[in-house]
Design a protein around this ligand. Structure first.
Ligand code: NAG
Ligand code: NAG
Ligand code: NAG
Length: 367
């Protein structure tokens, strides 16, 4: 009897843990489970609970791949269905989480008619307003990430279109919503920067080949890229080695918007001590060609690293040696130039940064 209770408790504990830490699509996160035909009028969703697993509000449309809007063919990246959020519309789903843990959400979205669209992603009390005005992939879809810390055991995930456009049917398409638990990386003896290889970060859909955007104005305590901040106006792109050339490990960062796309981290340093900032600069093998320059900063010191990209992958290593002047040194990277992909001329791209290490220089002992 006692053994049975222990077993049941254990099973519940493991299934809860398994459920909470599973990385991937939310239930019906790709909207493949369709509303009943009686809950639709054309594409318009008539009931709040019509889309299985989701609750909607406002003007929400259920869009099938191949559908046309005017003369534009609507493409759906994953499976055959997506939703469109009209003015002030939202989709919502509750899911069990572990209080205190950090999670990142990844979703794919595409603009339709409105020029400037934003999405408000929230898990109360946190929210983030993600700009969608720039295109980074040629088919119009990009994946966005956003992170939150769970304050209650059930997260109410809301994606809301705050826009008020003249045509109520304008508004972004959403497909594939996924979640991933984040494990804040720790400092090691080998690196006084956290997550220097960018291995810890948001979920990347295995079937998408356009990476995930880390949106601008991200503070380090709620970053989908643990340890790093995106302080610039534009996003940086998170890449995986399944679809891109990556200098080290399985993940890296692409600086996609020139000086408007920067990542930074503040490290604890000892004034008067000399440090080396090591990093790799390359290209993602995504037809991003030309002369590139990555500028690295450590406090007031800086280095410009030129890189000639043929768009076919490859990288070089660089180092910035500096003497710390304060107890906190800000390390930052951006790309000097904007670059466009040579295969479509509409999507921004740029140099890749990876394998960032900050080490204090050991002064050889005097003989
Ligand atoms: C469906 O939409 C059409 C056109 O917008 C409207 O005339 C009709 O009343 C709607 N039907 C229902 C059941 O809401
Ligand atoms: C975003 O959504 C949250 C939660 O609904 C809300 O509190 C916040 O005011 C919204 N922010 C904007 C700018 O719309
Ligand atoms: C990803 O693509 C593969 C091959 O095209 C397909 O078999 C698989 O079902 C896709 N996975 C998802 C989650 O769509």
């Amino acid at each position: 009897m006692r053994a049975l209770i222990v077993l049941v408790v254990l099973m519940c504990a493991t299934c809860r843990v398994a459920f909470c830490f599973v990385d991937g699509l939310l239930p019906n996160g790709n909207f493949e489970l369709a509303p009943k035909p009686s809950d639709l009028n054309g594409t318009v969703v008539l009931k709040h609970t019509a889309i299985p697993e989701w609750e909607t509000s406002g003007f929400v449309e259920y869009i099938k791949a191949g559908q046309k809007q005017g003369d534009m063919l609507l493409v759906v990246p994953e499976g055959a269905a997506a939703v469109r959020l009209g003015n002030e519309a939202s989709i919502k789903q509750r899911m069990p989480v572990t209080k205190g843990m950090y999670y990142s959400l990844t979703f794919s979205a595409a603009r339709t008619c409105a020029q400037e669209e934003t999405l408000n992603v929230s898990v109360a009390p946190d929210f983030g307003v993600l700009p969608m005005q720039t295109l980074y992939s040629s088919n119009g879809w990009d994946s966005y990430s956003w992170a939150f810390q769970a304050e209650v055991p059930v997260a109410e995930i809301v994606i809301h279109n705050p826009g008020v456009s003249e045509d109520p049917a304008c508004g972004p398409l959403i497909d594939s919503v996924a979640i991933r638990a984040l494990y804040p990386p720790r400092l090691t003896k080998l690196n006084i920067l956290k997550n220097g290889g960018f291995e810890e970060g948001p979920y990347i859909f295995p079937n998408t080949s356009w990476g995930v955007l880390i949106p601008p104005n991200i503070e380090d305590d709620h970053s989908p890229l643990p340890g790093w901040m995106v302080e610039s106006l534009k996003a940086v792109k998170y890449l995986d080695s399944d679809h891109f050339s990556v200098p080290q490990g399985k993940r890296a960062i692409e600086l996609v918007a020139g000086k408007e796309s920067a990542i930074a981290q503040v490290a604890r340093t000892i004034p008067g001590k000399t440090y080396d900032l090591f990093f790799a600069v390359g290209d993602a093998s995504n037809s991003c060609e030309g002369s590139m320059i990555v500028e690295a900063f450590a406090g007031r010191d800086t280095i410009k690293v030129p890189y000639e990209s043929k768009g076919k992958g490859g990288y070089k290593r660089a180092v910035l040696r500096f003497m710390a002047t304060t107890t906190r040194t800000r390390v930052m990277f951006y790309s000097t130039f904007y670059t466009m992909r040579s295969d479509d001329f509409s999507s921004l791209c740029g140099p890749v940064v990876d394998d960032v290490k900050l080490l204090s220089l050991r002064i050889p002992r005097r003989m």
